[in-house]
Design a binder for this molecule. Sequence first.
Ligand code: DGJ
Length: 716
Amino acid sequence: MSSIVITAGPVFHLRTATASLLLRVGEEGHLELDWFADRLPDTVSGPIRADVGEDRTGLRVNYGADASSSYSLGEAALAWSSLGKGDFRPPGIQVAGHPVLDFRYTGHHLQPGALAATGLPGADGESTSQTLDITLTDPVAGIECVLRWTTFPDSGVITRRTLIRNTGQLPVVLEQAASQLIDLPVADTHVLTFDGSWLDEAQPTRLAVGKSQLVNESMTGSSCSEHHPGLIVLGADTTQSQGWCYGFNLVYSGSHRTSVAHSRWGSTRVVSGINPTGFCWPLAPGEEFCTPEAVTAFSADGLNGLSQQLHRFVNDCIVPARWRRRARPVVFNSWESNYFDFTTDSLIASARVAARLGAEMLVLDDGWFGARHDDHSSLGDWQVNERKLPGGLTELHRRLAELGLELGLWLEPEAVSPDSELYRAHPDWAITAPHRSPSLGRHELLLDLTQAQVRDYLVGQVGQVLDEAQASYVKWDMNRLLSDLPSDGYQHRYQLGLYEVLGRIFGPRPEILLETCSSGGNRFDLAMLTFGPQIWASDCTDPVQRLDIQRGLSYLYPASTVSAHISASPNHQTGRSAPMAFRFAASASCVLGLELDPTELSQAEADELAAAVAWYKSRRELLQFGTYYRMEAADGTDIACCADDDGAVIFDRVVQVCPQQVRSALTVPYADERWYEVRIGQQVLQLPGAALRRGVPRTGRARSLTALIYEITAVR
Ligand code: DGJ
């Protein structure tokens, strides 16, 4: 059945499994949003929101000079708008020299499937997707905006882009080009943003917008650990399990901005896209600009319902086709075990123990190339350091294969050290603002990916390294923010260069598992996930801190995308000691890996870890791809559940215990009328579904930094 139905008006009904988005052409030709919420009957052809005929004469600008007209753009619920004709809310497009812009409907076109955009990553993967182009034109400015919506009915997601065309005779300069503009039919909302910093990514911040407006943005040239591009608009009463909410995100890795603004007449405008600060894009006559894809979803089933839709969308429509629903390996990463100090022999000694613990791959992190012994030199010199690795990566690969391990490799291809052969040969390949000396970040500069010769060099050089090393996995790092920009609009051109390089390297090598990283989670976004299916979530591997970060990410991203390694105790970032069982339980609800020196474990720790990793591997399809629930827990505990049709695993992780605390029962909301076997360590209970829904008593006295794993299996 069609997921987009067009009726006379025209009225456009975009449908997913759970929601309807209803657009119509208003009385003056503007594109209005009639509904975006629960799924409507198939027969609806709008309008469905009653005009209560309020007297709204105060401080309004009517559309046009007709004294009898009562239509005001400032009061309409719109899906696209700009400034100059009475709408004073945040605009979606601004063009230099055009203080007035007015876009009205001139046509539409419906096509099957999702359409790829030249040079920009995007979503695809559902056979019932359809794409609707609605064209809005301003003939005075000579500009056409095509609003391109795509439905993902199974995931419950709708995406959109804006294609902006110069149809006039003169060049124009875009100063803003939003991907998303929507007047949601809700007021007095809350907004959940994901904020933080290096080592402290994705911390949920819930704010009441009330009658105000909120701007969530990054200006760092990256999607950014300080203010993540994804956010959620939700009701004041919405909880994990109940209430309405709207998720927004961008398939974009650069500077972004989303504003959420209360409107006078009870709606909320969300505008989202490339950050207009420093953005500027000339369009010659006949040229077109395409924005990044914006993602939105509605849930009436609380935040867990919304997350489950977004997880399905990422797993089925965002990550590379090769990695959709494909279990991720357990890697042993050398960074926190060795930093820059290793040889082939020392790596093999560690890898031998890691293999016994259950690791399937060694990821050789920073320091294997050039003259790199710390972070001051050699980025760009991607030739192996034979003093550390005699016989090179080929020999390391051979010796790992003897242990049954694959080889993964760290690279930071976008960066160049001033102290490197590459920089000495090509100083003009680094990003530099004219007449200024460039600023360093972590002692490095970035390569100018807007130059074709630089992109060609990287594609050739990185491809050669990966092929020679027979790498199965790449950790693509990026450890600084963009500064010293040569021109306005440069940040976006850099992103386009990056996407081209990633596509040309990994497109022909789909078997390589790409994990992206940017000083941890500084570029945790949907665009990077279209190239590599998982991301190193944070440089903080402390399990307590990590639980917060992972819980924050879980609102927008599935467990399969979040790389989470068990590290040493005491932890290298915080100094906190935590038992192995707690460290394991913190990592095991994501993509588990090892980030400690396995040769330093006691025999008892090694035995415990080996058994735990074996259990993880036996359940990893469920843990990485299961239906995910964040459970409410008022007692310093982080509880999460991954479920499928046959049962579930619940992680009950006690971070901080207060004396005399009463432990709440563990409710399992999705349990049906079957009987269930509940296994908690050695203890096994048989319980009916009703008892699970009411709550399993949590056994034993709680202790800080302990964890229980409940395995729940439906009895057939
Ligand atoms: C930053 C990453 O986030 C770390 O995991 C590690 O790869 C270092 N870079 C290496 O320099």
